[in-house]
Ligand binder design. Sequence first.
Ligand code: PGA
Length: 250
Amino acid sequence: MKRKKLIVGNWKMNGARAAVAPLIEQVRVAAADSSGVEVALCVPFPFLETAERLLADSTLAWGAQDLSEHASGAHTGEVSAQMLKDFGCRYVIVGHSERRSDHGESDQLVLSKVRAALDQSLTPIICVGETLIERGADRTEEVVLSQVKAALEPLSPEERRRCVLAYEPVWAIGTGLSASPAQAEAVHATVRSWIATLDADLAADMRILYGGSVKPESASALFGQDDIDGGLIGGASLVASDFRAIIAAA
Ligand code: PGA
């Protein structure tokens, strides 16, 4: 099966109430002729209702950038998978490096969040990636594979099939320093080979996105790599013309 490319906008903590509807609308129009590519927007929680309202009749999916590992209860400030489901989310980003570093999210917590998402039939986009120090110490493969294993190994074969991976080198996120297509492809191929040791069919089908300073100029070469199945797009997803060019590149 040929893997369908997936382009996901990660707005992070950006956007203001008045600007959200126009931006979503522009992206909806920009993505209207993107047959063959799946497009999703992961917006801040307060904007999910607007996303649902504006995108319900479109080909675009929407989602959130985090969720609680708990199903419900006394967890002040948290948002559950069921709530995301109620607002029509298809995707949820899990274990983004900004959550791992700013909020101390461990591999174990990431796994709990992946399970919470799967329990509500949400598709977790599981983020992995090495820091610049780890890359400099030649530990990229070790770090990335240990994060991938921690998130996927404990799942059932059927659960693994419902996940998406995103390789995001920490040094490339928001820095303007994208990994080169060859650097990214090397990691994607390594991850896919490891998945093949679990399940060859899964390795062939699983989508592995690249994220980290993807721009209209760099998108085609990245998405042209054999094992890169789309992108997780931060900054450029906030500029409709850039996001449209990135979708077109896919
Ligand atoms: P960036 O962010 O495209 O702004 O580097 C990507 C991400 O963090 O998902």
